[in-house]
Design a protein around this ligand. Structure first.
Ligand code: PXL
Length: 281
């Protein structure tokens, strides 16, 4: 069984980060070693959340894992709580005995043109350095603009999208995957690899915003990629799964404002992944 180190916060309420990575990766048949970077009462969209920064604990956890001679097939980083923590995670990745086959970095820091609550203006600069280590980088449009120093615009035409992807590759990652695009009224995810291979996946637009969709996308991609799916296949699966979950969430009588009902759609993810897996060489 493949093993992924998932490095991101644990938010007790709000379905994001580890509380999405753990169930999604487990459902896809991957062992998720969840390294919590911070413990939050609820994610940062909730007023009054309290947070314990676990930065001082991270080197000790990694040292214990090293002493156990654990091997990781992939490292997946998501929400990191501070610029200092981003630097530390970079150093921890350097210290790993064996470089994992896949490093997926989701540079979580904002949406709708703004940084999330609690992030300083220095944060994107620190994240930029970490992004250079990524095999696969999965920003939304806001994060891509912050990382590349591009003025934010919610709508990107094809030329702007291509330019953003190229500028993300200039950070040093091997593949850039841009989420949350709008194309002719649809939602879209666009990817560009170093060898010039491009992918565009369109899904129908749902006029509502929920937290955690980026985490659902990145976790699904990580689960597929670590098990050998090509990038195009992983991106398609993840984009379709997020779209399905959004559709199901807006129909749910008990839907919540703060997150998606991915718990209801996990069986479909498992079935879809099983079909893909059977076709892989
Ligand atoms: O879903 C991204 C995310 C992850 N972790 C925390 C967050 C957010 C988005 O707001 O607050 C703590």
């Amino acid at each position: 069984m493949k093993r992924i180190a998932s490095i991101q916060d644990f938010s007790c309420i709000g379905s994001c980060s580890q509380t999405i990575a753990l169930p999604v990766l487990s459902a896809m048949g991957v062992e998720c070693a969840a390294l919590p970077t911070a413990l939050l009462s609820a994610h940062t969209a909730f007023d009054g959340f309290v947070s314990l920064d676990l930065t001082p604990q991270l080197p000790a956890i990694m040292a214990h894992w090293r002493a156990m001679h654990l091997r990781f097939d992939a490292v997946y980083t998501g929400y990191l709580a501070s610029a200092e923590q981003v630097g530390l995670v970079g150093a921890l990745l350097d210290d790993m005995d064996e470089r994992p086959a896949l490093t997926l970095i989701d540079p979580v820091m904002g949406d709708n043109g703004a940084l999330y609550a609690g992030f300083s203006d220095a944060f994107p600069q620190a994240m930029r350095a970490l992004c250079g280590r990524a095999d696969v980088l999965t920003p939304n449009v806001t994060e891509a603009c912050l990382l590349t120093g591009t003025a934010y615009s919610p709508v990107q035409d094809a030329a702007q999208t291509r330019r953003l992807l190229e500028r993300l590759l200039e950070l040093g990652c091997r593949a850039a995957v841009l989420t949350g695009l709008r194309v002719d009224g649809d939602m879209a995810v666009a990817a560009l690899q170093r060898d010039g291979t491009g992918t565009l996946v369109r899904t129908s637009y749902i006029p509502e915003v929920f937290h955690g969709t980026g985490d659902l996308f990145a976790s699904t991609c990580a689960g597929a990629l670590v098990q050998g799916a090509p990038l195009e296949r992983a991106v398609r699966l993840a984009a379709d799964y997020v779209a399905l979950t959004l559709r199901r969430t807006v129909q749910a009588p008990d839907r919540r404002w703060y997150g998606v009902n991915f718990q209801e759609t996990l069986p479909e993810l498992m079935a879809r992944w099983q079909n893909i897996k059977e076709e892989l060489p």
